[in-house]
Design a protein around this ligand. Structure first.
Ligand code: NAI
Ligand code: MN
Ligand code: ZN
Length: 337
């Protein structure tokens, strides 16, 4: 089989590898589609501190179960599945309280273990989620990015009366817009970015109001319109954003962080405590695959609004280049295997 391997930072090769055999409890998936995400690009260029090389990247992937290991129902052969990249131990403290996404022995497929940019992948059977016939392949490959937004929502529990402010109109900001509007029917969703085309995508995804901060001041714009955000999602993840969010937030607001920056940021406790703000973080997803699959079936979210490019896997180098360099017109890039 062919696999897309980052041999070492900045060295991507399409390698011939043996088709892997499923161990007990595993299934082998014949992959048909995989999505490119920022973290694939980070591993490619050596910017992910958790990555070990060589690595088959890819943690957003869809395919069909082709073989099962011992202990897995033979009837699963032929099943269409999306794979949850979060592999957890099942018994540590975070696992025991329903947060396998921060398992003390967390393994993320495509990061810590070989992932889905390959013709075949062996994954734990419980990570392979059934995709009903009424969900298309292209929607199925988008389950993972929407689980990130589902996890964010699970942390902050949006309500209809919320006035939400989302920093960043990249894939993460855009999935969050769709979840807030489509699933939670949040009244007001404001998105801020500096790329007009991305803000237009945010509008297409349901944002009520977008602000381009290339020329406008966010605090001034919000004040002018009389908005006091009650829910703030940082999907841009610059360390400077938290203090601004604290300042702009309504009393009793929730703020959720998604970033992994190692740079310090300065915040004042007064700003947080005087308004009794709640500050959350969100990482990957905790048991959100079935939830997102239900949303897809119910038509509450529409992944097709985010898919801008498709490539055969043989053209992965061009696909990665488009993803990394064409930030105006590119959102989600899908590879076909
Ligand atoms: P992206 O880089 O495509 O999008 C970020 C957007 O934020 C860009 O459009 C950029 O123009 C905008 N931006 C940057 N600084 C800004 C500022 N100060 N104000 C307003 N907009 C600003 O990235 P993507 O894929 O959407 O991911 C967003 C972030 O989420 C990344 O930092 C990524 O590491 C993180 N992430 C976190 C996950 C988690 O589970 N916690 C999962 C996936 C991504
Ligand atoms: Mn991803
Ligand atoms: Zn665990």
């Amino acid at each position: 089989m062919k696999s897309i391997v980052i041999a070492q930072p900045n060295q991507l090769v399409i390698e011939e590898r043996a088709i892997p055999q499923p161990s007990p409890g595993d299934v082998r998936v014949k992959i048909s589609l995989a999505g490119i995400c920022g973290s694939d690009s980070h591993i490619y260029h050596g910017h992910n501190p958790f990555a070990k090389y060589p690595r088959v990247i890819g943690h957003e992937f869809f395919g069909v179960i082709e073989a099962v290991g011992e202990g897995v129902e033979e009837t699963r052969v032929g099943e269409r599945v999306s794979v949850d990249p979060v592999v957890s131990c099942g018994h540590c403290y975070p696992c025991s309280i329903g947060k396998p996404n921060v398992c003390t022995e967390l393994v993320v497929l495509g990061v810590h273990r070989d992932g889905g940019f390959s013709e075949y992948a062996v994954v734990p059977a419980r990570n392979a989620h059934h995709i009903p016939d009424d969900v298309s392949d292209e929607f199925a490959v988008m389950v993972e990015p929407f689980t990130i937004a589902a996890n964010v929502a699970g942390q902050v529990q949006p309500i209809e009366q919320d006035c939400a402010l989302i920093y960043g109109a990249g894939p993460m900001g855009l999935t969050s817009v769709q979840v807030l509007k489509g699933v939670y029917q949040v009244q007001t969703v404001i998105v801020v970015d500096r790329i007009p085309e991305r803000l237009e995508m945010a509008r297409q995804s349901g944002a009520d109001y977008v602000i381009d901060t290339t020329h406008l001041s966010l605090p001034d714009e919000l004040a002018r319109r009389g908005y006091r955000p009650t829910l703030i999602i940082d999907a841009a993840c610059h360390p400077s954003i938290l203090q601004e969010a604290i300042t702009l937030a309504s009393p009793a607001a929730r703020i959720v962080l998604m970033g992994f920056s190692a740079d310090p940021c300065t915040v004042t406790q007064q700003g947080i405590t005087s308004k009794e703000l709640s500050i959350y973080s969100s990482r990957l997803n905790a048991h959100k695959f079935p939830i997102v699959i239900d949303w897809l079936r119910a038509g509450l979210i529409d992944p097709s609004k985010l898919i801008t490019h498709r490539y055969p896997y043989q053209e992965v180098v061009s696909a990665m280049a488009t993803f990394e360099n064409d930030r105006h017109s590119c959102c989600k890039v899908i590879l076909r295997f």
